[in-house]
Structures are given as structure tokens and as C-alpha cells.
Design a protein around this ligand. Structure first.
Ligand code: ADP
Ligand code: ASP
Ligand code: MG
Length: 440
């Protein structure tokens, strides 16, 4: 029988009504065997995600404040779902334990993980599936680094014993049983790991949009849905801020060649987006998608005759490495080299970094610019089309956007554009119009 792993995001499980939709999706196809739930997300726009409430509540506990009220609020969120679904389930004992663990400083990761843990218990009860605690099957080392091989071995053996199961997303544990989480949005990764361990035919990722969209719906109203996208394109877009799927969720399934299907819990008939290793299907537009992030800084280093100095780049990047700052892009000219970094990684260390750059490179001048946004235009079909960069430039010029940087990846899969934060939305709109709207 076919095996499908199904992950439901936070908004897909935010209340009893959403749980009902998820259960209907499960019942519709018995091949949907393993379910990975997130913690309850927002029920309405101003609402809080349970994960955020847990982080806040644990911070209060760490500060020695009374956190009982905050914990009670979180309990209410689950109680509301339990009552709405009329589940014969009490979570008193669970919350008693969580309170004790908070008092014993069990850690931020442990605190956050309870969001998915509890939702997993509810989901298992509601579906009548066995519950597998992710702490038993998803392995991290004691520094919180995920261990893929060990996990796959343990998890695969465990899943062999269950035809159906619920496995909460977002966390796992080390050998000592200490809980660690992935970074935010990490239930997508758990879903992918589960698909690999189950040797599934398909990984369905159910969320609140009808697939991966050509651009962020918060910037472009009602953008087109991408029906088919490759893992590589998706990784570029996710990394640059298309938040639908965690950027690391691709690796486990990619290795195993399992396709991912992004679906909408609120519109289950929509086909969504298929994410595949390769496709000969051309994308309907020159580009597949646009994504971007704000909050970058550029450090522009000038030195006469830089081009003749062997090892110059290594010295520059070495300084960033010494300060634990990763670089995003390094466009260069004959006598200039610019390093783009995330502002949040750079800001606290700025003065030291600049000082050391002068020392190590004997640069003539170094200038820092903050408040930059980077936009990635991604597409497997760009390689075959001439003039893509030209179209980007002219679209942005027409929209009066000042382009600070343009960098084409050597794979010719993406072009990165740097603009001021303030011009970010205008730039994305101009790019969407020139490549998509115009072709509709
Ligand atoms: P979940 O809770 O189901 O994991 P997320 O909030 O993590 O859902 O991801 C879905 C959201 O991602 C959408 O509601 C949308 O606002 C946002 N998003 C950003 N860029 C894109 C894009 N290119 N396509 C679709 N959604 C996007
Ligand atoms: N609940 C976690 C978060 O809010 C993980 C996830 O939703 O994927 O980040
Ligand atoms: Mg998500």
C-alpha cells in the first residue's frame, strides 16, 4: 500500500474547526499513514502562536516570576480544542509535569517543544492513531545538532511497527533525553525526516495557502501558484524568505527522491505545488518565483591594485569567519570587494570587524551601508532565455528603484538584487509585473 506522510502547520490545527478539516483530509485517503502536527498557530490575525506563548512563559519562569497565569492561558488553548472535539482526554497531568519542568529550568527548547507534543497527543486521540514521542526517534547531539543517520536508523525501525501514527513536529532529543528543537518553522523538517524514515511515496505539507506562490502573498495580492518546482529552486526561494517551507526541509526527502506536495487545509481540492528533483516541464513564466528578505548590511572595501593581491578575498572573509558572521554575497570589482551580511549578525560586532579589516587588508577605505533588502529572482528556465538581467534592470528603473547590487549565481538559477529596505516592496511588485502579470 502507498505511504503518504502528512504534515499540518500551525494554522491548520489552530482550533477544533481546523482539526476537523485535518481529520477529513486524513480520512479521505487511507494511504495517509503518518501525521506530523505543529503546535496550534494563530486563530485570527492578532492571535499568538502557542510556540510564542511557550517561549514567553518559559522566560518568565527563568526570571523567577510567577508564570502560572501564562501557563494557564496556554492550557486553555488545548482545552478549547479538546472540548470542541469532545475528546475524552485530560491534560492535567501533562501540565502538572510541564510546570515542574519549567521550575527546574528544563530549557527553552523543552518549553517550545511542548506545543507540538501536546498537539500530537490531541491529534492521536482524535484520529485514533498511536502516538510516537519525537524525543524517542529524532536524535540530536548534546549541542543540539541534528543527527540524520542515527535518526533514520532508529525512526525507520520504530515506524515498521506502526501502520499509522502521529509524530509531533519541531523537536527531538539527545542520548541523555534532553530535548532540542529545530529552528522556527522546523515541523517541516520533521515531516521530511518522517517521510524518509517511512520510505514514503509522498510528503504532503498542508498549510494555509494553495501551494508555493510565485511571490509572497503579503507583498503581491493573490499571486499565481507554482504548480511544479524543483528542490533546487525551492531551496533558493525558501532561503531568501519564502516562508512556506523551512529551507532545510528539502534535504531528507531530496536524498530519498520523495516528492513534496504543498496543499491548503482550507481548500483541500486545490492541487497545490509539487516539489520534485527534476522536471522537463518548463515553468509557465521565464521565472519560477521571487523571494526576498530585508535587514542586510553591505561592507564595501576599496584598495588600489586589489586585483593583483593574491589572497585578498581570503583575508577579508577570514575576518568575518573569526567573528562567526556568515556572508551572503560577495560581488567584486577590480579594486573593490563588497560583502553582504545579515544586519543582526553584524551589528554588535561592527567596530571590531572594521578595525580588523583595516589591519588585515590595509584597505584604503571601508564603507558600511545598512538597511538593505535582497531579492532573489529564481527560475530553471532563465538559462535558456536571453536578456533576463536586462528586463530586471529596466523594470526596476521604470519603478524608480535604485539597484545597489546585482549578482547572478553561477548555476544561472538565480539573480540576486540588492535594494534599500524602503524600496523592497516596490521592487518585488515591479519584478512580478514584468515577468508574470504581463504574460497573463
Ligand atoms: P504553517 O504554519 O502551515 O507552517 P507558515 O506560516 O509557516 O505555515 O507558511 C505559510 C505562509 O507562508 C503563508 O501563509 C504565506 O503568508 C507565507 N509565504 C511567504 N512567501 C510565500 C510564497 N512564496 N508562497 C506561499 N506562501 C508564502
Ligand atoms: N511551532 C514551531 C514554530 O512556530 C514549529 C513549526 O510551526 O513548524 O516555529
Ligand atoms: Mg511553517
Amino acid at each position: 500500500m502507498k505511504k503518504i506522510v502528512v504534515k499540518f502547520g500551525g494554522s491548520s490545527l489552530a482550533n477544533a474547526e481546523q482539526f476537523r478539516k485535518a481529520a477529513a483530509i486524513m480520512k479521505e485517503n487511507t494511504a495517509r499513514r503518518y501525521v506530523v502536527p505543529s503546535a496550534p498557530g494563530k486563530r485570527f490575525p492578532e492571535d499568538s502562536k502557542v510556540t510564542d506563548l511557550l517561549y514567553q512563559c518559559y522566560a518568565s519562569a527563568e526570571e523567577g516570576k510567577d508564570f502560572e497565569k501564562e501557563l494557564e492561558e496556554i492550557k486553555k488553548r488545548y482545552q478549547e480544542i479538546i472540548e470542541g472535539l469532545q475528546l475524552p482526554l485530560s491534560i492535567d497531568q501533562e501540565f502538572y509535569e510541564i510546570k515542574q519542568q519549567f521550575e527546574n529550568h528544563a530549557g527553552r527548547d523543552y518549553a517550545a517543544s511542548r506545543g507540538e507534543y501536546l498537539n500530537g497527543i490531541l491529534m492521536a486521540e482524535y484520529l485514533g492513531f498511536p502516538f510516537i514521542d519525537a524525543a524517542q526517534v529524532i536524535r540530536f547531539d548534546s549541542n543540539g545538532v541534528f543527527l540524520p543517520e542515527e535518526t533514520d536508523r532508529i525512526f525507520h525501525e520504530r515506524l515498521k511497527q506502526e501502520q499509522y501514527a502521529v509524530i509531533p513536529g519541531f523537536y527531538g532529543a539527545d542520548e541523555q533525553g534532553v530535548v532540542h528543537t529545530f529552528s522556527r518553522g522546523g515541523s517541516d523538517i520533521t515531516g521530511s525526516i518522517t517521510a524518509k524514515a517511512a520510505q514514503a511515496d509522498l510528503y504532503e505539507n498542508w498549510t494555509d495557502v494553495s501551494g508555493f506562490l510565485v511571490a509572497d502573498p503579503r507583498v503581491i495580492p493573490d499571486p499565481q501558484v507554482i504548480s511544479m518546482i524543483t528542490y533546487k529552486e525551492l531551496r533558493e526561494l525558501s532561503y531568501m524568505g519564502a516562508g512556506v517551507l523551512h529551507e532545510d526541509a528539502i534535504f531528507p526527502v531530496r536524498k530519498a527522491g520523495i516528492p513534496i506536495n504543498i496543499r491548503n487545509t482550507n481548500a483541500p481540492k486545490d492541487k497545490g505545488t509539487m516539489i520534485v528533483a527534476n522536471t522537463c516541464m518548463p515553468s509557465p513564466f521565464t521565472i519560477t518565483g521571487i523571494a526576498g528578505r530585508k535587514g542586510f548590511a553591505s561592507i564595501n572595501i576599496e584598495k588600489d591594485m586589489m586585483n593583483t593581491e593574491i589572497g585578498f578575498g581570503r583575508k577579508v572573509l577570514g575576518v568575518f569567519q573569526d567573528h562567526g558572521i556568515s556572508f551572503e554575497h560577495v560581488p567584486s570589482g577590480i579594486d573593490t570587494m563588497t560583502v553582504f551580511v545579515k544586519e543582526e549578525e553584524f551589528s554588535g560586532k561592527e567596530l571590531l570587524v572594521i578595525e580588523q579589516l583595516y589591519q588585515k587588508t590595509e584597505a584604503d577605505s571601508i564603507e558600511v551601508e545598512k538597511g538593505l533588502g535582497l531579492i532573489a529572482v529564481v527560475g530553471r528556465s532563465m538559462r535558456e532565455q536571453r536578456g533576463t538581467a536586462g528586463r530586471i534592470f529596466s523594470a526596476l528603473a521604470h519603478a524608480h528603484v535604485n539597484v545597489k547590487m546585482i549578482d547572478q549565481g553561477s548555476s544561472e538559477l538565480n539573480i540576486i538584487i540588492g535594494v534599500d529596505n524602503g524600496e523592497f516592496e516596490t521592487a518585488v511588485k515591479a519584478l512580478y509585473d514584468i515577468f508574470v502579470t504581463i504574460q497573463l
